[in-house]
Write a protein that binds this ligand. Structure first.
Ligand code: PEP
Ligand code: MN
Length: 341
């Protein structure tokens, strides 16, 4: 249930609603709006009696939230969330480009690739310091050394950096260095990790699990928001199907569905969806056309030497081409949709 306050409701009137909710043993979450404040009731099992709230002078209306992902849902927030990090915006009206190697391999590799992607048009740098690898014998990442290199990339290029926290143990460390913390596809339902991300002040990129429904994905985002972190960015990265012409199948239809269901920004990672670099540019064009708020692309200054995901990493010239190609598509998208979804 959502208690919507009248415009100009005073702090004491909002507090009266909050304590009324808490007296019933529920949790109240205030959602500040441009015009009106709303208070969402959490942890109620079954319907809540709205009548005590409707009697209050400062309450405009009470809305029943029908979705299980309450805070993530558009029912509790009609306007689009825009996540701002280091002067870069992710969300409605923007097309934010995140690019970089799969893994941080060395200072030279990271700085060289970062300068390349920045010059081509990327606004945020990506790179894994802790890598979730299928095989324990594969390169696992440089760990804290990789995080230090990411900090150097930020210092030298001015780009915010995103990197993955692969488990609860490394979250504190990752959080100290990263501007955005990534939760990977394999961890989408790692509930203790989601709860830890909920306590973080840093924005979180939450990748869709490779076998997750949209509802499961949004419920995972709800864990983070329920913990108190409302800076969640959803990332579609392909789901597992019978197809073997690509590593995963990019679920483009998820983008309009998520934008309809949720106010959170949603970006697309065409690299892990594709698995092969030749598919990355066409999938990026398509992702922009269906209305994603950004792309996260793997780029390596020398992909044939990459320690992970070389086959899907773009060459520098390909990434520049990608940025050039998506720009007019985004312009057409914006004018064709006229600010609507
Ligand atoms: C990544 O982005 O480095 C990654 C491992 O992606 P995913 O979790 O989508 O497989
Ligand atoms: Mn990768």
């Amino acid at each position: 249930m959502l208690v919507v306050m009248k415009r100009g409701a005073k702090p004491a009137e909002i507090e009266a609603v909050v304590s009324g909710i808490e007296q019933k043993g529920y949790i109240a979450r205030t959602i500040p709006g441009g015009e009106r404040v709303a208070i969402c009731v959490l942890h109620n099992e079954g319907p809540v009696d709205a009548s005590p709230f409707l009697q209050l002078e400062a309450v405009k209306e009470v809305i029943t939230v029908t979705r299980p992902y309450k805070l993530v849902s558009r029912e509790s927030q009609g306007w689009d969330t825009i996540v701002e990090v280091g002067g870069v915006r992710i969300g409605n009206g923007c097309l934010t480009i995140i690019a970089g190697p799969c893994a941080i391999e060395s200072e030279n590799q990271a700085l060289t690739t970062a300068q390349i992607v920045k010059d081509a048009g990327a606004q945020i740098f990506r790179g894994g310091a802790f890598k979730p690898r299928t095989s324990p014998y594969s390169f696992q990442g440089l760990g804290e050394e990789g995080l230090k290199i990411l900090a150097k990339v930020r210092l030298e290029t001015g780009m915010p950096v995103v990197t993955e926290a692969i488990d609860h143990e490394v979250f504190d460390l990752v959080e100290q260095y990263a501007d955005i913390v990534q939760i990977g596809a394999r961890n989408m339902q790692n509930f203790s990790l989601l709860r830890r991300a909920g306590k973080s002040r840093k924005p979180v990129i939450l990748k869709r699990g490779m076998a997750a429904t949209i509802e499961e994905w949004l419920m995972a985002a709800e864990y983070v928001m329920e913990g108190g972190n409302d800076k969640v960015i959803l990332c579609e990265r392909g789901v597992r199907t019978f197809a073997h012409h690509s590593r995963n199948t990019l679920d483009l239809s998820a983008i309009p569905v998520v934008r309809q269901e949720s106010h959170l920004p949603v970006i697309v990672d065409p690299s892990h969806a594709a698995g092969f670099r030749d598919q990355v540019i066409p999938l990026s064009r398509a992702a922009v056309a269906v209305g994603c708020h950004g792309l996260m692309v793997e780029v390596h200054h020398a992909p044939e030497t990459a320690l992970s995901d070389g086959a899907q990493s773009l060459y520098p010239a390909q990434f520049a081409d990608l940025c050039r190609q998506i720009e007019p598509i985004f312009s057409v998208y914006k004018s064709a949709t006229n600010g609507c979804r």
